[in-house]
Design a protein around this ligand. Structure first.
Ligand code: GLU
Length: 469
């Protein structure tokens, strides 16, 4: 067996790349990096009815986005399980020749009838000693030995399985095709895998797979089954109920570094008092032995909070650059010719402190590029019902026509007015903000006005006053 630790990530390309898969991949990558080992990517594409090349590309792109660099000397693959089909079949025949497997001709109905008659579930080993030869429709079953199987798991400790609870499972179907359990083990052996780190849902299969490793004459790998991810209701994350596709988060403007850091903290925590740590610290500190057994809550709010921290840690040019895809997207409300990079650059710092996702940026700044703001009617009704709204806007209209156009002076004027009217500045600002930006939340108001300019500001106040008559 190889002395270099060999980890692997073995996704099935049957759908969008799941955040749980991303975490498993990162766990493997972190360990391979720390231990000077290898990360093998194997695409388990043998379920033809559910596979598509599009999902395979999605996996490769997602790994690259997460920083799992396929050009690294520690990365190997991708390998495709389907390329190994003949090895899977050959291994099954070898097991038969070694006496670890036997042919069985019972139909599922017959198996059920026998189980019913015996008052037990599952297959009862009926064909074990019948000495059947291979034949059409016959399946090849593994002869589970007596005793107990102890799975040494770095996360869960020793997990013991009584072999009487493991039925003689199928290796080759009636049509000769290999079962997934076998293919998975044969590939791991073939690729000299030393460490299998995967989702907890595979644990029930592990004793069967360990028996296969042994029957094929190999020392089983070091196992680790990492806890499932659950939603707020503590239910396992599901495609139908929850937002699980990594790509959706990427599209919303979660930064890769934030996603990576957050995923690593699901079931594990870096030492020290902050969970926000660079990848190099994670690689240094991550141990499977420290991973929690209990399900990990995938908390979107916490992910966003992480992202906010990462956004704020960017330099201003990095932030402007990172926003670019969202500012150039097709769904922005302005025309490409209306967008002014300089205007965006002037407010970027104010935006950077306020967003947790880059997808929020375009609606925060659209008022700067449009001829008139997109007015949120609800916000308008709510803020303009205040009895001070109209007189305040009229007051601003007059004063702002001649005031020195700096955010300090613009604010000082409203401060004085708040004092005079005995209204809090925030309350007074609300109708002005809606008049100018169309919304109740956004970047700091007076700085925004300064960037927007006197003429546009006055025009928008006039428009709002007309709306309120
Ligand atoms: N292809 C399996 C899956 O995507 C992974 C099996 C394994 O990691 O051993 O669930």
């Amino acid at each position: 067996m190889s002395h270099t630790p060999r980890y692997r990530f073995a996704p099935s390309p049957t759908g969008f790349f799941h955040v749980g898969g991303a975490r498993t991949a990162l766990y493997n990558w972190a360990l391979a990096q720390r231990e000077g080992g290898v990360f093998v990517l194997r695409i388990e594409d043998t379920d033809e009815s559910r596979n598509s090349p599009e999902w395979t590309n999605g996996i490769i792109d997602a790994l690259a986005w997460l920083g799992i660099d396929s050009s690294s000397s520690q990365f190997e693959g991708p390998y495709f399980q389907s390329d190994n089909a003949s090895k899977h079949v050959a291994a099954a025949h070898r097991l038969y020749e070694l006496g670890h497997a036997y042919w069985c001709d019972l139909t599922p109905e017959q198996i059920q009838e026998r189980a019913k008659a015996a008052g037990k579930q599952g297959y009862d080993g009926y064909s074990r000693d019948r000495g059947l030869e291979p034949g059409p429709g016959r399946v090849l079953r593994f002869r589970v030995p007596e005793g107990t199987t102890v799975v040494r798991d770095l996360v869960r400790g020793d997990v013991e399985f009584d072999n009487t609870t493991i039925e003689d499972f199928v290796l080759l179907r009636g049509n000769g095709s290999p079962m997934f359990l076998l293919a998975n083990v044969v590939d791991d052996i073939d690729m000299n895998i030393t460490n299998v780190v995967r989702a907890e849902e595979h644990l029930p299969n592990t004793p069967k797979q360990q028996l296969l490793w042994q029957a094929l004459g190999h020392e089983p790998p070091v196992w680790a089954h990492v806890p499932v991810l659950v939603n707020e209701q503590r239910k396992k994350l599901s495609k139908r109920r929850d937002k699980v596709a990594l790509e959706q988060y990427k599209d919303e403007g979660i930064l890769a570094e934030a996603m990576v850091n957050y995923l690593m903290t699901l079931g594990w925590a870096p030492h020290g008092d902050t969970e926000i740590v660079p990848w190099s610290t994670i690689v240094e500190q991550f141990r499977l032995e420290d991973v929690n057994h209990s399900p990990a809550f995938f908390d979107v709010k916490k992910l966003q909070a992480f992202n906010g921290e990462y956004i704020r840690a960017l330099s201003l040019p990095q932030f402007i650059n990172a926003c670019s895809p969202w500012l150039m997207a097709e769904d922005v409300s302005w025309n490409a010719s209306q967008f002014k990079p300089k205007v965006f650059a002037a407010v970027a710092e104010l935006i950077q402190t306020r967003v947790v996702m880059l997808s929020e940026v375009s609606t925060m700044v659209d008022f700067l590029f449009l001829d008139a703001p997109i007015v949120d009617e609800q916000a308008f009704t709510k803020t303009f019902t205040a009895d001070f709204a109209r007189p305040m806007l009229e007051h601003c209209r007059d004063a702002y026509a001649t005031i020195n156009w700096t955010h300090e002076d613009l604010k000082a004027h409203l401060d004085a007015l708040a004092e005079e009217l005995q209204v809090k500045l925030g309350k007074l600002q609300a109708p002005l903000r809606v008049a100018i930006t169309g919304r109740t939340i956004g970047p700091p108001l007076f700085e925004s006005l300064e960037v927007l300019g006197r003429e546009q500001t006055l025009r928008r106040i006039d428009a709002a006053l007309l709306r309120t008559v």
